[in-house]
Design a protein around this ligand. Sequence first.
Ligand code: NDP
Length: 445
Amino acid sequence: MSDTIDSLYEQIVSRSPGESEFHQALYEVLETLSPVLDKHPEYKEHKIIELLCEPERQIIFRVPWEDDNGGIHVNRGFRVGFNSAIGPYKGGLRFHPSVTLGTIKFLAFEQTFKNALTGLPIGSGKGGSDFDPKGKSDREIMRFCQSFMTQLYRYLGESTDVPAGDIGVGTREIGYLFGQYKRITQRYESGVITGKSPDWGGTWIRKKATGYGVVFFCEEMLKAVHDETIKGKTAVVSGSGNVATYAMEKLKVSGAKVIACSDSDGVIIDENGINVDTVIDLKEVRRVRISEYLTSHPTAKYIENGNIWEIPCDIALPCATQNELKEDDAKLLVKNGCIAVCEGANMPSTPEAISILQSNNVAFGPGKAANAGGVASSALEMQVNAMHSASYDYSEERLHEIMNHIHRACCQTAEEFGEPHNYVLGANIAGFRRVANAMLAFGLI
Ligand code: NDP
């Protein structure tokens, strides 16, 4: 990092103590921005970096709820609006016991660049709670969502802040959240939240968009870096949630064989190819552990607490959570001949892992570019809702075009700054420039 950037980083870190995930996300972006600051002194002059790294607003609130036995619980809710230079705050809600303000800030910060890369009019935000949905009854989930929205609703709006899903928040939770918003405000504002069911304002592509988008991006990246295609390759995909499931579905359609997936308890290996319908039944319908895959596929193997990155593969898609792919895992992937890693999750690879992959000619697609398909389709959902239209025909082709646009933007920017195929640098600078230019134009000081 240059001295200027280095001292900026130190300043920001000292103002946000204990937020290690935010510091990591910040570092990963700032270390690539020196060349663009050299080229555009106006960004430095107007303190664009300082503005861009400070959230516009951060809301923290109490979420009390009652379990089925009448016991009272208290969780903490968060919503960070990071940047609204190019549109309303936009980003998902995460319900997971590990969630802290630092987690939400890192996710909202990443979202700034991701949303800008889509070329669509969406600013950045993220929210969530340290609530653990695992093992909760449907009624408990409903009561929690209602209490969460009872606090959050006053900060939301189609032109202000539009949440969606993330870890632990799918169509069911979005339904309960929207229902409570509607109940309190007495307004049917479909565009106030995305990831809705296609039956009441959602688009059918949203559920699949992040996973499909990762595979579209990966296909383009393989072509550009290795002159290869997905067809005939073996792949491993970590996680078995929304992103992982539909990445596996699209990998299969594209001719790859997915031989492993996981959840936080263990890894399933199926040399015949993971059966995605089984994963959907286990995770979306029955909401049970991935180990149950063995019941219908007895020839598969389950490794409790296993490391999915030990399994030899051509393509690896980390689609579970942050920092799940570490330096040693990257070394294993390289040793076993992996040629591409594309991030479905947000910040799943540590900086050390990224450096190992990049220096060993493994094509590396960072999450802020590769997993932008979800938020892009959310922006399309907002457009449909704004028109009060019942036509949800935003298609897979439109998603494909957007992912190709993002891939091109990353590639061209990396070339422009003399680092061809450095998708990390390309994504950071391309996203940064769009937001920075809007901030300059608005005189946001
Ligand atoms: P889901 O809740 O649907 O699935 C998450 C998956 O990851 C589950 O298999 C879960 O296992 C596993 N997982 C979660 N936390 C951990 C952990 N601490 N250690 C190990 N495994 C874990 O979430 P999504 O699929 O929606 O999100 C996955 C990732 O993709 C996240 O990083 C999210 O921010 C990112 N993302 C999601 C988008 C979307 O559209 N949903 C858009 C862009 C990015 P278990 O069930 O055992 O907890």
